[in-house]
Structures are given as structure tokens and as C-alpha cells.
Ligand binder design. Structure first.
Ligand code: GLN
Length: 249
């Protein structure tokens, strides 16, 4: 019993030591930012092959205010959360705050409000949540659209690394619909407006989602600095300027 007790004490102090000894990202000059540049207008690859978009511009402006540089790493959406604190320092990727993700990461204050949209062929009869039952639904893997689609009774969910690939399979007739966030849905549909339409998920009972920057769970110093920078960019008009430039609302 004593041996077990000793072991527990040692383990606990080891864990505590680990948490306490971890340095804040604020000590670095360059912040490594993870994103998934497949989500226009928030992130996409520009003509020069570099990640660009609202989120990229926003995190650059945030870092600038913090006196930091950024190094943007493009990776799969599904591996962003688990890479925070190892491969990347933080993630900005149109990422919705969810209780599950909050178990692993710390979120900044929200910087944008979104909702899932349902992309449908123009002649589709799907118009309500019940109509989604038993349907073939395409989603981007590990996203809130994936979670919503998986909750639908009898649904067959196809999970893609890129939302655009789901849209292509919808065009090919392999899917009945695609569930994805509002702005990317509109961006993808605008390229195929003869065949597809994007319907507000509120009509299907999907709730509002809040986008935020995901950070290491214990790094309160980083979180404070990021929230302060976001506030400053909102009050000096930079934030609104970026919304105009990238999202156009
Ligand atoms: N907002 C969605 C989520 O967080 C989708 C994000 C994305 O695909 N980049 O799951």
C-alpha cells in the first residue's frame, strides 16, 4: 500500500512539474501556426502557393501586435488539435469551439460566428432535418459538419480531407448532400451555381458556431496576449477591414 501511495505521489509531482515547467509560446519570436488551407475564404492556397485568407491575415495581424512573426504550416484539419503543443503552437482554421475540443486545447475569445450549410443539387427534395435520414452525406473529416452528419439517423457519411472533394462527389452523384460551414459552402457553390445550391442549416436545426484560435491548454499567458490583440484589432478597425477584404460582409 505504501509503495502504491509513493508511486501516486511521484506521478502527481511529475505531472505537476511537467505542467509548471512548460514554457509559454510568448517566449518565442516566431509562432508556428497550423491551418488547413482548404476552407475559403478563411484559408486557401494563393496563386503563389502560400496559405492566405481571412484567418491567415488575422493571425498575422494578431502576431504583429504581439511583436511576433508567424510560420504558417498547412496540414490536415483532423490533425490540428492533436498537434497543438508539439508540431504547432496554435491553430486558426475556422475552428468551432466545442466542449470535446476544449478538453484538449484552450480557445481564444471567438472571432467569427458561423453555421453549417447543406449543399444540395438544385433538383434535390431535401428540405428539412428529417429529409436527411438515410441519405449519403459528404463532409470534411473531423469537422462539426462531420459530427452533425453522423448524428443523422441512417446516414451514410463519407469523410474527405478536403471539402472540395466532397462537393465533386456531390456533382458526380455519389452523394445526396454535403454539410459544411456557411462561407466555404457559398464559395464552393459559386463555382457550380448551375447545378448546386447552398441552404442555411438553421432550416435543418443546426445551431450557431463560434470560431476561435486554439492554443495549448495551459498557456494562459498566450491566451491573454491573443485576446488583447483581438480586442485591439476590433477597436482600431483592422478586424472590420479584413472582414471586408476577405469575406465581404
Ligand atoms: N468549423 C468547422 C469545425 O470546426 C470546420 C472547420 C474546417 O473545416 N476548417 O469543425
Amino acid at each position: 500500500l505504501f509503495a502504491i501511495g509513493l508511486c501516486v505521489v511521484m506521478c502527481v509531482s511529475l505531472l505537476a512539474g511537467c505542467g509548471g515547467g512548460k514554457k509559454s509560446v510568448m517566449e518565442k519570436d516566431t509562432i508556428i501556426v497550423g491551418t488547413n488551407a482548404e476552407f475559403p475564404p478563411f484559408e486557401y492556397v494563393d496563386d503563389a502557393g502560400e496559405p492566405d485568407g481571412f484567418d491567415i491575415a488575422l493571425i498575422k495581424a494578431v502576431a504583429d501586435r504581439m511583436g511576433k512573426k508567424v510560420d504558417v504550416q498547412n496540414m490536415e484539419f483532423d490533425s490540428l488539435v492533436s498537434s497543438i503543443g508539439s508540431k504547432i503552437d496554435l491553430a486558426i482554421a475556422g475552428m468551432t469551439v466545442t466542449p470535446e475540443r476544449e478538453q484538449t486545447v484552450l480557445f481564444s475569445n471567438s472571432y467569427y460566428t458561423a453555421v453549417q450549410y447543406v449543399i444540395l443539387p438544385k433538383d434535390s427534395e431535401i428540405a428539412s432535418y428529417d429529409d436527411l435520414k438515410d441519405k449519403r452525406i459528404g463532409v470534411q473529416m473531423g469537422t462539426t459538419g462531420d459530427f452533425d452528419a453522423s448524428d443523422v439517423a441512417g446516414s451514410t457519411v463519407s469523410r474527405y480531407n478536403k471539402g472540395v472533394d466532397a462537393v465533386n462527389d456531390l456533382l458526380n452523384g455519389r452523394l445526396d448532400c454535403v454539410i459544411i460551414d456557411k462561407n466555404p459552402a457559398e464559395a464552393f457553390v459559386s463555382m457550380h451555381s448551375d447545378e448546386l445550391t447552398a441552404v442555411d442549416g438553421a432550416q435543418f436545426g443546426f445551431e450557431e458556431e463560434a470560431y476561435a484560435i486554439a492554443m495549448p491548454k495551459v498557456d494562459a499567458e498566450l491566451a491573454n496576449a491573443i485576446n488583447e490583440a483581438l480586442d485591439a484589432l476590433k477597436s482600431d478597425g483592422t478586424y472590420d477591414g479584413l472582414v471586408q477584404q476577405y469575406i465581404g460582409e
